[in-house]
Write a protein that binds this ligand. Structure first.
Ligand SMILES: [Zn+2]
Length: 225
């Protein structure tokens, strides 16, 4: 949250563009915080983008234009298969830059990010500052609050319409490990801190959309071989 993940991605794209390289920015259409054709960072930076519905749409989209650098933002929305897609593009000679959350609101490895981190040729990990009163340490976690209380371990992985507004009862905050809280399960057993099964990850097709929880960011760069 507030770590500047999209700003960093856009900076790399502008840098490549200034260097004379053709670039393409792909975003998940399930992320409705920005218009489909424009990626917008929290600081207001904008960049032309193409929104796609699923990871399987990425390669056909790349084939529609001549781009040398392919960036994929908010990769956690795409599910596990996006790691194979990014790897294929990198193997085919594209420079692939991927950004996304590496942990979910409960601090668990999130979707394809762990695989992308392992496969990337280089990784930049960004973090925000813990907003817990009096803290200010490096924030490596996303705190989700529901009615001003920590979300439960069995709450939905991605929440529709989450907000970052400081006065909202349902919101996300940047927190350090010490101040990160996860409430016990609301239903059934408490499966604390086990990684979710792949099918538990919500996909864009399931109708689940925007998550604004950005606490810890990983920027994986897979240069052309
Ligand atoms: Zn803290």
């Amino acid at each position: 949250m507030f770590a500047g993940k999209t700003d960093e991605l856009l900076r790399l794209l502008r840098r490549a563009s200034v260097g004379g390289r053709s670039v393409m920015l792909i975003r998940p259409s399930a992320d409705t915080r920005s218009p489909a054709e424009v990626a917008e960072s929290r600081s207001g930076a904008r960049f032309d983008s193409i929104a796609v519905g699923s990871a399987s749409d990425i390669v056909p989209t790349v084939m529609t234009a001549r781009a040398e650098v392919i960036a994929i933002d908010e990769v956690e929305f795409f599910g596990y298969e996006v790691a194979a897609v990014a790897d294929r593009l990198a193997t085919d000679g594209y420079e692939v830059i991927v950004s996304g959350l590496d942990t979910d609101f409960a601090g668990r490895p999130f979707g394809a990010l762990p695989n992308l981190l392992a496969m990337a040729d280089s990784v930049t990990k960004l973090s925000a500052v813990c907003v817990f009163p009096g803290c200010g340490e490096e924030a490596t976690r996303t705190q989700r609050l529901v009615n001003n209380e920590p979300a439960a371990i069995d709450d939905a992985l991605i929440v529709v319409g989450g907000t970052e507004g400081a006065r909202e009862p349902d919101r996300y905050e940047a927190r350090c490990r010490t101040h990160h809280r996860v409430a016990p399960a609301r239903h059934g057993t408490n499966l604390a801190f086990t990684s979710p099964e792949p099918e538990a990850l919500t996909s864009p097709e399931s109708g689940v959309s925007s998550s604004n929880g950005h606490d810890e960011f990983s920027l994986s760069e897979l240069p052309a071989p």
